[in-house]
Design a protein around this ligand. Structure first.
Ligand SMILES: [Zn+2]
Length: 73
C-alpha cells in the first residue's frame, strides 16, 4: 500500500507543455534575430526594456502588451 509517492501524470503533461512553449519561443526568437526584429515588441514594435530582455530573453512584448493576453512566454 504505497500510494504516497505516485507520480502525478498531469504534472508531466504540464512540464511537457512548458518545454514546448519554450522551444516555440526559441524558434520565434531565432527568426526575429535573423530578420532584425528581436528586442522589439511584436505588437507595437517598441524596443523592449533591456533589463527585461536580459531576465527573459524570449520576451516578445513590451510591458504594456505583455499583460494583454497571449501565451505569457
Ligand atoms: Zn507593445
Amino acid at each position: 500500500m504505497s500510494e504516497g509517492q505516485a507520480a502525478d501524470p498531469t504534472a508531466d503533461v504540464a512540464l511537457l507543455e512548458e518545454a514546448e512553449a519554450v522551444l516555440e519561443g526559441l524558434d520565434v526568437a531565432l527568426r526575429r534575430l535573423e530578420d532584425g526584429s528581436y528586442g522589439t515588441c511584436e505588437l507595437c514594435a517598441d524596443p523592449l526594456d533591456p533589463e527585461e530582455l536580459r531576465a527573459r530573453p524570449l520576451t516578445r512584448r513590451c510591458a504594456s502588451h505583455a499583460a494583454a493576453g497571449g501565451s505569457g512566454v
